[in-house]
Design a protein around this ligand. Sequence first.
Ligand SMILES: [Zn+2]
Length: 58
Amino acid sequence: MENVKAIIDHLKSGEKVTCPRCKKAILEPFGTTYDKAHSFSCPECNYEAHYTPAIDIE
Ligand SMILES: [Zn+2]
């Protein structure tokens, strides 16, 4: 199983990440920009990577 957290970390830092499933396309942010997206999807195979932000209660 791929490490989704690592994938998301790369994406949010502005790096292009190739889809870990089909390896044919780069993952794209869903509905917003790379730095704001919480979901990324692959246009080739519809793979989805979801990022759940940690909620810090202080
Ligand atoms: Zn794919």
